[in-house]
Design a protein around this ligand. Structure first.
Ligand code: NAD
Ligand code: TYD
Length: 367
């Protein structure tokens, strides 16, 4: 008999990749994906998972405690893997309220449901609540600072990171106070398939193909530690299955890049693909490479993000020592795979951009 996982935010970028990863890796396990289908959640992305009879999708809100309790009871859920969140820093700057509602109150609502069903009603079984968090809770590093460890002081700078930090504390408190079995992972910037095109890498891929400016905030020297999304999924797997209760684990890519360097690498990669595959010029006539121009001519420096964190870097040695976690994908290969995915899935990003994927979902599943 396999396990049953409740995956919140299962229709978002990392949630979709995680569901596909888990169904493939654990052929006896079941997944219930709970997602409110916000602008960032797309049931179309779960097409592969939905083909599997071990997968079930539920449209719903993590703030609906009664619904979550019902799912935990009826499906005899073993573990929760909690991805659901508002995740975009720029949106948290223009509209912080929803971030507090979803990320803090939403996480607390899930914790209350887990406590009620797992600690009050089902006292015999072993359960785990895994909380997916971010390295952004630690704040910003200077060029010479050592990378974030699990004992680095929390210093969140944006409404997004402050809301995630707050949720991390609630998860910790439910372990300390009520004895809920929890783990938390704090991960660096992910990239890969199904990434919503408001984030740096997919935004730049699509803008290059469409001949639109590549907006670089400030001087472009901000550094992020990039991790291929499948490596994050494997890291979560290791923490969920072998991590110690009440512990937090950093997950990183050991791969620091300045934004401007990353965008220039992406430009060169696209130019090389267009040189290798002449058919791309017909498909994307507005791309600079279709007009004998290098893609980096699109780079445009724009006003910096307010409070922009300068550098993130993750020390994942605890996860390596305790769990054997190591990123497997190199950045060069991972970025190439990501570009190829966006080239092969033009329909996905076009329907995400114009919102028409919602019509497809209505046709498939009813509204
Ligand atoms: P995403 O924005 O792509 O997806 C979030 C999902 O949560 C969406 O499908 C959305 O519909 C769903 N959701 C939002 N509010 C909900 C609610 N009230 N009830 C149910 N579902 C709701 O985000 P992502 O990039 O996949 O990130 C997933 C998690 O991983 C987040 O908690 C984020 O903080 C964390 N994280 C992300 C990164 C990254 O680089 N993307 C890095 C580290 C940690
Ligand atoms: P983003 O993908 O939004 O992730 P995060 O803010 O969580 O790190 O941004 C990654 C980096 O790229 C960040 O330093 C902000 C910068 N950035 C730009 O320079 N231009 C853009 O258009 C976007 C979306 C991000």
């Amino acid at each position: 008999m396999g396990k049953t996982l409740l995956v919140t935010g299962g229709a978002g970028f990392i949630g979709v990749n995680f569901c596909n990863y888990w169904l493939n890796r654990y052929p006896n396990d079941q997944i219930i994906a709970l997602d409110i289908l916000s602008y960032a959640g797309n049931r179309h992305s779960l097409e592969q998972a939905e083909k599997n009879d071990r997968f079930q999708f539920v449209t719903g809100d993590i703030l609906d405690q009664a619904l979550v309790e019902k799912l935990l009871r009826e499906h005899k859920v073993d573990d929760i893997v909690h991805f659901a969140a508002e995740s975009h820093v720029d949106r948290s700057i223009t509209g912080p309220d929803l971030f507090l509602e979803t990320n803090i109150i939403g996480t607390h609502s899930l914790l209350k449901a887990a406590r009620q069903v797992w600690l009050t009603e089902q006292t015999e079984e072993r359960h785990r609540f895994h909380h997916v968090s971010t390295d952004e809770v630690y704040g910003s590093l200077t060029a010479d600072d050592p990378a974030f460890t699990e004992t680095t002081t929390y210093q969140p700078n944006s409404p997004y990171s402050a809301s995630k930090a707050s949720s991390d504390h609630m998860v910790r408190a439910y372990h300390h106070t009520y004895g809920l079995d929890v783990t938390t992972s704090n991960c660096s910037n992910n990239y890969g398939p199904f990434h919503f095109p408001e984030k740096l890498i997919p935004l730049c891929i699509i803008n290059i193909l469409s001949g639109k400016p590549l907006p670089i905030y400030g001087d472009g020297q901000q550094i992020r530690d990039w991790l291929y999304v499948e490596d994050h999924c494997r890291g979560i797997d290791l923490v969920l299955t072998s991590g110690r209760a009440g512990e937090t684990y950093n997950i990183g890519g050991n791969n620091e890049k300045a934004n401007i360097d990353l965008v220039k690498s992406l430009c060169s990669l696209v130019d090389a693909r267009f040189a290798d595959e002449p058919a791309l010029k017909q498909r994307f006539p507005d791309a600079p490479a279709s007009n004998n121009q290098p893609s980096d001519t699109l780079i445009t420096y724009v006003t910096d993000r307010p409070g922009h964190d300068r550098r993130y870097a993750v020390d994942a040695s605890k996860a390596f020592k305790e769990l054997g976690y190591e990123p497997a994908e190199t950045f060069e290969k991972g970025l190439g795979k990501t570009l190829d995915w966006y080239l092969a899935n033009e329909n996905w990003w076009r329907t995400v951009l114009d919102g028409s994927y919602r019509d497809w979902i209505d046709e498939q599943y009813g509204s």
